[in-house]
Design a protein around this ligand. Structure first.
Ligand SMILES: [Mn+2]
Length: 206
């Protein structure tokens, strides 16, 4: 235990307001460029994109992005009072899932695909804390297409952490990330190109 009388001003500052780091890992070059390009084109064309609805101040409004839920037959996803049945795995998604397993050793049973058509599409700050994800879920997020700014905000302190999610990258959220932080994808006026985000998850089949 150091004598507090010897602390410098900087030590004291960092003790009063420690810099908080979310439990995340970012791998910018997860996919080779050719693989990322191919997966982006295939998923953009073949996915049955749907516009979901979210409840905001008691009203149902169209979500500012398109989505599709894929997975094992029993991997149901509860979301805003709806229970979505998964679409069966496709070859490109099976390949990405297998590659993810080789890198993370983790087994996923479902993936939420989101299409942000351009910079006007977005996702507000939230946590992926649905009970079927378990207490400390590992969520593996692959980005394809336009790069977008991803924001995390610490729930207690309000501290922010930002990163750019690039084409072909992987972001892993784990541990206390969903407990302690919210995350979101703000609008970006300068972005005119689409982005696809794949978030692989393990949901319990209760
Ligand atoms: Mn999320």
């Amino acid at each position: 235990m150091p004598d507090s009388g010897t602390h410098s001003e900087a030590d004291l500052k960092s003790e009063l307001k420690p810099e908080l780091k979310p439990d995340i890992q970012y791998l910018p070059d997860f996919l080779a460029l050719a693989e990322a390009d191919l997966a982006f084109r295939q998923l953009l064309a073949e996915t049955p994109w749907q516009q979901g609805e979210i409840k905001l101040f008691g009203r149902l409004i169209a979500e500012p992005r398109l989505s599709a839920w894929y997975g094992d037959p029993d991997a149901h996803y509860r979301y805003s009072g709806q229970s979505l049945s998964p679409i069966p795995w496709t070859p490109v998604l099976i390949q990405l899932k297998a590659y993810l397993k080789s890198v993370t050793q983790a087994e996923f049973n479902s993936v939420l695909l989101n299409l942000y058509r351009d910079g006007q599409d977005s996702m507000g700050l939230h946590s992926d804390d649905e009970p079927e994800l378990g207490p400390e879920p590992l969520i593996a997020s692959i980005s394809l297409g336009a790069s977008r700014r991803f924001v995390l905000r610490h729930k207690q302190s309000g501290q922010r952490h930002e990163l750019n999610l690039a084409h072909g990258s992987l972001l892993l959220m784990s541990g206390r990330c969903q407990h302690d932080w919210k995350h979101g994808l703000p609008k970006d006026k300068r972005c005119t190109e689409p982005r696809i985000n794949l978030t692989f998850r393990r949901v319990s089949s209760a």
